[in-house]
Write a protein that binds this ligand. Structure first.
Ligand code: MN
Length: 221
């Protein structure tokens, strides 16, 4: 028997922000109604997006493909983008955002960017690297800094940016580490894992604080 699972870090970060987390498994029929009732959404980490979704190729490092989850999350992203629902997309989440809106992914970061900045430990685990944040971005306002250490655990990354997105952070090897959607009330995608360090790092906790605050005002509007 399979299982759906959510790491406690995501739920705890929402709790610290004063919010309540609810989990929508893949396969629901009316995400628009559910998402508008909750007022905000977080797309969390997980396995790789099927390269077939963005015209990519097979790669031996691609792992954990879940066709039902891909299908559901791609649909969810279009709802979140079109309806202006506050959104924080994390790791796999930012990759789903880019694919859903018409972008592509690198199937394996070390093949393209080399080893200068490790983006995950081997065997796969979390490493910390720095990111540089673009001035005059929503991300910079939320984090309150233009440079910070972030927990990283990914081997794919954004390649061709989807129309309507803006890159707002990179690591020093050039990997896209964050995007946002100008014109949307609150839409941030990060390639890193803020939930891993948020309990001890107020800068990362601000992402969840701002999402919960934006969701509350979205429900009230
Ligand atoms: Mn990274």
């Amino acid at each position: 028997m399979g299982r759906y699972s959510v790491n406690t870090g995501y739920v705890d970060a929402i709790r610290r922000a004063g919010g309540q987390a609810v989990f929508f498994p893949p396969g629901a029929s009316d995400y628009a109604h559910l998402l508008q009732a909750v007022g905000g959404a977080m797309l969390i980490g997980g396995g790789d997006v099927d390269p077939a979704r963005y015209g990519g190729g097979a790669h031996p490092a691609v792992d954990g493909i879940d066709p039902e989850r891909d299908e559901s999350e791609l649909a969810i992203v279009r709802i979140l983008a079109d309806r202006g629902i506050p959104t924080l997309a994390i790791c796999r989440g930012v990759q789903v955002v880019n694919v859903a809106l018409g972008g592509t992914l690198h199937e394996h970061v070390p093949d393209v960017f080399g080893p200068a900045v490790p983006h995950r430990a081997e065997p796969p685990g979390v490493v910390v690297h720095e990111v540089e944040v673009e001035r005059d971005s929503l991300l910079a306002r939320v984090l309150g800094t233009l440079r910070c250490p972030v927990p990283s655990h990914h081997h794919e990354a954004l390649k061709d940016l989807a129309p309507g997105l803006r890159v707002t952070a990179r690591s020093r090897d050039g990997v896209v580490e964050a995007v946002e959607k100008p014109g949307h009330p609150w839409f941030i995608g990060v390639q890193w894992h803020p939930e891993v360090s948020a309990a001890d790092d107020p800068v990362q906790q601000r992402l969840f604080d701002a999402l919960v605050a934006s969701a509350a005002s979205s429900r009230g509007s």
